[in-house]
Design a binder for this molecule. Structure first.
Ligand code: TGC
Length: 388
């Protein structure tokens, strides 16, 4: 698009390989063809398009950074590129890919038995099985260590009781990775969602993430066999190691939503005439566009840097907090500023910025709120944990 030709001022594209750029084009093409033309209707109808899950599997977007077991084995940078392009479409669709790949599949890949990996991962990579990941509870959000969901050993396995909240895709998932307190610390369980006593109910109505599903789950004496237990995870480090993956994807994804909002605002400002000039010719509009562009370029650079560190195996959780905190915070401001350029038209679903901005209210909240990531960094630089 000629209107956008000069927006990569720093030539960040030069930091990607030809293969990475080609992969980006593939995902961008999918988003332009399958998501952008439909997202207005899905969002309005609060519809998650389950019909495109298998297409995402065919494109290699599910569990894409995992190796073996039918998973695509892509790099972390490629995974980030996909998150960015998908979220330029809608955060709800990127969230699906994160929940499936970074949370549910990663939990099985990192902490599961060989049998669990062979049973679930190939079908999940194809999108034939949808997974969800239950950590958060009605009374345990930022503080998962206060979880009430409990699994108790029986003669044949385990019995699970409790509740989870805000669990993406739970009502359409076939398998749920559920984290529960036990006498042996926090353990993870693979719960088939048709097990008696498992109930998932979508949380509605929502003002954010409308093209996605988040659920309440209850467990009433859910009987599990011994092989439901993920053998490798024995503390909160289990779920947190999966959150690291999802948080990493958000660093990129948030910049995708911001970029789309900027591009929509730039194009609109070039076409929209007021007082005989396009909005883009006014200094106030240029200030807004330039401020947006600076933060998008910086945030994208941050994403690329964290991605290269992740591929080199050096990325630390505290560095993920830098990216998640900064890029969500800046992206939400960019979406709101983009909306002001669109004037009244910006409050309709014909334009993406307010939809993206509303979605990012969820993105800045899940996988560690702004406050949690601030305190992780505060602890890192002062040595004074201030969480509690
Ligand atoms: P603490 O209780 O001391 O630590 C527990 C254990 O976890 C380890 N750990 C990590 N390991 C790997 N990566 C990380 N980022 C880790 N952070 C902590 C820690 O070493 C310890 O291990 P071990 O083996 O010694 O027991 O916890 P803390 O004081 O370190 O952390 C406090 C705090 C506030 C930072 C942490 O609780 C936190 O991150 N809270 C935010 C929780 C959060 O992000 N929740 C979002 C969940 S998302 C969800 O459930 C739904 S998924 C989205 C969807 O479905 O749509």
């Amino acid at each position: 698009d000629p209107a956008l030709a000069n927006s990569d001022v720093l030539n960040l594209d030069s930091l990607f390989s030809a293969e990475e750029l080609a992969f980006r084009d593939t995902v961008r093409g999918f988003v332009n063809e399958r998501i952008k033309p439909n997202i207005k209707d899905w969002y309005e109808a609060a519809h998650f398009p389950v019909e495109i899950v298998k297409e995402m599997g065919e494109l290699g977007l599910l569990g894409m950074h995992l190796k073996g077991y039918g998973c695509p084995g892509r790099s972390s940078v490629e995974y980030g590129i996909a998150a960015m392009e998908l979220e330029a479409g809608d955060s709800g669709l990127r969230t699906f890919v994160s929940v499936q790949g970074s949370l549910a599949m990663t939990a099985i890949h990192k902490w599961g038995s060989e049998e669990q990996k062979n049973t679930y991962l190939p079908s999940m990579a194809k999108g034939e099985i949808i997974g969800c990941f239950g950590l958060t509870e009605p009374t345990a959000g930022s503080d998962p260590s206060s979880m009430q969901t409990r699994a108790v050993r029986t003669e044949t396995g385990w019995v699970l009781n409790g509740a989870k909240r805000w669990i993406g895709l739970a009502s359409i998932a076939q398998v749920a990775v559920i984290w529960a307190a036990t006498d042996e610390g926090v353990r993870g369980f693979l719960v088939p969602t048709d097990t008696a006593g498992f109930t998932a109910t979508p949380i509605e109505p929502k003002l954010s993430m409308r093209a996605s599903i988040q659920c309440d789950i209850t467990f009433e004496d859910v009987q599990l066999s011994e092989d439901a237990l993920l053998p490798g995870a024995t503390s909160l480090r289990g779920p947190f190691s999966c959150l690291n993956e999802a948080r990493y994807g958000i660093i990129w994804g948030a910049m995708g939503a911001a970029r789309d909002s900027y591009e929509v605002a730039l194009k609109y400002s070039l076409e929209r005439m007021q007082f005989d000039k396009p909005l883009a010719a006014y200094q106030l509009t240029q200030l807004k566009l330039v401020n947006m562009l600076l933060e998008i370029q910086k945030g994208t650079l941050l994403a690329i840097h964290t991605g290269r560190m992740k591929d080199a195996g050096t990325l630390q959780p505290v560095q993920i907090s830098v990216g998640k905190l900064n890029n969500c915070r800046e992206a939400i401001e960019i979406c709101r500023e983009a909306r002001t350029i669109l004037g009244g038209n910006g409050i309709t679903l014909d334009y993406s910025p307010l939809r993206h901005g509303n979605n990012l209210e969820s993105v800045r909240t899940y996988e560690g709120t702004d406050e949690v990531h601030t305190l992780i960094l505060g602890n890192h630089i002062t040595g004074q944990p201030a969480f509690r």
